[in-house]
Design a protein. Structure first.
Length: 289
């Protein structure tokens, strides 16, 4: 017959039996409270680690894009894709089309790990995705300038790194090859809410994350908005013309040499007199440049 274990100890001349004790309700509540406190302390750290992992993955993808653009330039006499406004090789102008021979058709490389959900799905229905976690696309049909049906992504190119430039406009401002002295300050490819952008030093900062540009056509305005999105803790990741990849603060965007005549000490910089309180509220706590 199974015997239950008992514990004996002597008190005076007799023996007293002690029965094993379990946790009381108060003790259980204390343990639960301690676990909850530990989780509360650990969760921010775990989120930081997760975000850092996404940031590293994003930079690795941009380095692969740098290799693709470099191979394209090597195969095309040192020149970059001409962009949608060029006149040569119609239908094979935009970066997505020009680089397909080097990166293939898979969409994974097109997507920053922070922004993987497109604005619309394959059927054209809105997914409800919001910036900074929203990707551009999905393209429902192929276009004449190089987008292919099914293209989706969350990176975009600076249209100043192209051979032709905007039709009827500022071609002399554009970078046609990586062979320039200040290549490390010239943006080429980055986290972006659209496939491309032509920022100006006079572009106003977006009033909220994801605010669209003010106008389109051949005279775009506020296309800095395409790149000014809070993907990586007040920053985006960027590939420069020297093929280096690094984080760029959102306010730092106005200090980069986007085109040959870009004023890197313009109104929206510390050198130009911009103060933290002058920025839209969602950007005020980000680092100033």
């Amino acid at each position: 017959m199974e015997r239950k274990q008992r514990y004996f100890h002597r008190k005076g001349r007799g023996l007293i039996v002690d029965k094993p004790k379990g946790f009381t309700l108060i003790e259980l509540l204390v343990v639960i409270a301690i676990i909850a406190l530990l989780l509360a302390l650990l969760m921010p750290a775990l989120r930081r680690v997760k975000n850092q992992a996404k940031e590293v993955t994003c930079q690795a993808k941009l380095k692969q894009w740098g290799l693709a653009f470099r191979m394209y330039a090597n195969d095309n006499d040192g020149y970059f894709p001409t962009g949608p406004y060029g006149s040569a090789r119609a239908g094979n102008l935009m970066w997505m089309s020009a680089t397909r021979p080097y990166v293939g058709d898979g969409n994974d490389l097109y997507l920053c790990p922070v922004a993987t959900t497109p604005a619309i799905d394959w059927s054209g229905v809105s997914t409800g995705a919001q910036h900074p976690n929203m990707a551009w696309g999905v393209y429902q049909n192929s276009t004449g300038w190089g987008a292919k049906r099914g293209d989706v992504g969350s990176y975009g190119i600076s249209e100043y790194t192209g051979g032709q430039g905007l039709s009827g406009g500022r071609w002399e401002q554009y970078w046609k090859s990586p062979d320039v002295k200040t290549a490390g300050r010239i943006p080429m490819f980055a986290d972006c809410t659209y496939v491309d952008g032509t920022p100006l030093q006079t572009d106003s900062p977006p009033l909220y994350d994801g605010q669209p540009r003010a106008s389109g056509g051949t005279n775009p305005r506020d296309e800095m908005n395409h790149f000014c999105t809070n993907r990586h803790n007040g920053s985006i990741n960027m590939l420069f013309l020297d093929w280096a990849v690094r984080k760029v603060g959102l306010k730092e965007l106005w200090t980069l040499r986007w085109h040959r005549q870009f004023n890197t000490a313009g109104f929206y910089t510390k050198s130009g007199g911009m103060r933290p309180e002058d920025w839209p509220e969602w950007m005020r706590h980000f680092k100033d440049y």
